[in-house]
Design a protein around this ligand. Structure first.
Ligand code: SF4
Ligand code: FES
Length: 382
């Protein structure tokens, strides 16, 4: 045991499946996706949710891939609801209809988060690799008609930031409660497309001003969450509140992770819910304890006064960019590895934007369902 910082987890994210009709080039899911045949069954998910409730967890987020592909979604929402857990559905919405949303609402769904790729169908559908945009608009209207609170997850980058005001207007017109202006974060598949998505410093400054302006203007109408691209930050973000502090991610096959990208740190050993209880994993898993707290840090983090504020930034990003998961996150200005950001940043001003690299999807033509993922996502933080 490396640390005394074992707290009560606040939320679990249930990645019910990696199957998804969309194939967004900024997908945060792993490069290698889980197959349907490896997905855990309904009873195992129910057991996880019950255990989470017993541990003091307050929120259950259902995500994917596209979680509405799973036929047992309603049953799982009802199970969580009976345990008094707050339930959030993170969805691309393209497989929903009004009856289905009504059914999920009746099962006890508390909130829906719908990802948008852009504000017009031509661009949005190109990014998603699927005709999704108009369907999303229609479903958002149904979500609000039924009375469910709605968050618009607006994934922004150099190719759509000029539409930010239109995106905010769209969120207001759809009567959303929140908008997440989520700049692409470069994990999983997104790292392959960093040069296609990374905005310029000028774009970022304009965006920040716009978000500030609309935050004030729309106070009481629309709540804003704003995530800047890490590569321009001076200090790293507090990734999910700190490694193994507040959050548990369960993959479609039942592997329990401290964050959605943790398996990218390939030498860590992760436990599976088929072998160990959730509570045992939270307290004892070697992977959870590896970066819990601050005792694992080296300089400059170890003697930094922010070490128990940002917890050294993001371990997955440190590993992806430096090959060393113990390294200070290179998005910190004090990191000796900061120069690894120079290469992608130096290409931002180029006029020619590289084409997206999409996953090669295996498509079930009858249902038009491939394996991909819908969005970047931010969980409710409070
Ligand atoms: Fe955070 Fe480490 Fe940078 Fe300090 S040196 S701000 S703890 S990442
Ligand atoms: Fe894994 Fe940040 S995504 S620690």
């Amino acid at each position: 045991m490396k640390s005394k910082y074992i707290e009560i987890p606040y939320a679990i994210l249930c990645e019910l499946t990696h199957r998804c009709p969309l194939s967004c080039p900024y997908c945060t899911n792993p490069v290698e996706l889980e197959k349907k045949s490896n997905e855990i069954d309904t009873n195992t998910w129910k057991k996880i949710i019950t255990e989470a409730s017993n541990m003091g967890v307050l929120q259950v987020h259902f995500s994917g891939g596209e979680p509405t592909i799973r036929k047992d979604l309603g049953e799982l929402i009802r199970h969580a609801n009976l345990l008094d857990l707050y339930t959030n559905l993170i969805t691309s919405a393209v497989l929903l209809n009004e009856d289905k949303i009504k059914e999920l609402y009746d099962f006890g769904l508390d909130h829906v988060q719908v990802s948008f790729q852009d504000t017009n169908a031509k661009s949005a559908d190109k990014i998603a690799g699927y005709k999704a945009h108009n369907k999303k608009i229609e479903i958002c209207k149904s979500i609000r008609k039924i009375g469910l609170p709605l968050t618009i997850n607006a994934v922004m980058h150099r190719q759509n930031l000029h539409n930010l005001e239109a995106m905010i207007k769209m969120a207001v017109d759809l009567d959303a409660e929140r908008i997440e202006v989520a700049q692409v974060q470069y994990y999983g598949w997104a790292l392959k497309n960093v040069e296609a998505f990374l905005p310029s410093r000028e774009q970022l400054d304009i965006t920040t001003k716009l978000v500030d302006k609309y935050k004030k203007k729309l106070k009481g109408i629309l709540v804003f969450d704003y995530v800047v691209p890490d590569y321009y930050a001076r200090k790293p973000k507090v990734c999910l509140g700190g490694w193994a502090k507040r959050f548990i991610n369960i993959t479609p096959s039942g592997t329990v992770l401290p964050c959605h990208a943790a398996e990218s740190i390939d030498y860590l050993k992760f436990d599976n819910i088929k072998d160990k209880s959730l509570s045992w994993i939270w307290k004892n898993s070697s992977a959870f304890n590896e970066f819990r707290g601050s005792s694992w840090m080296s300089e400059p983090c170890m003697s930094c006064d922010r070490k128990e504020i940002d917890w050294g930034g993001c371990r997955c990003q440190a590993y992806a960019l430096t090959g060393d998961p113990y390294a200070t996150d290179p998005t910190c200005e004090l990191s000796p590895h900061r120069k690894v950001l120079d290469k992608p940043l130096s290409k931002v001003s180029r006029k020619k934007i590289p084409d997206f690299v999409y996953r090669k999807r295996k498509v079930n033509k009858r249902k038009n369902i491939g394996i991909g993922h819908n969005s970047q996502r931010i969980l409710k933080k409070n």
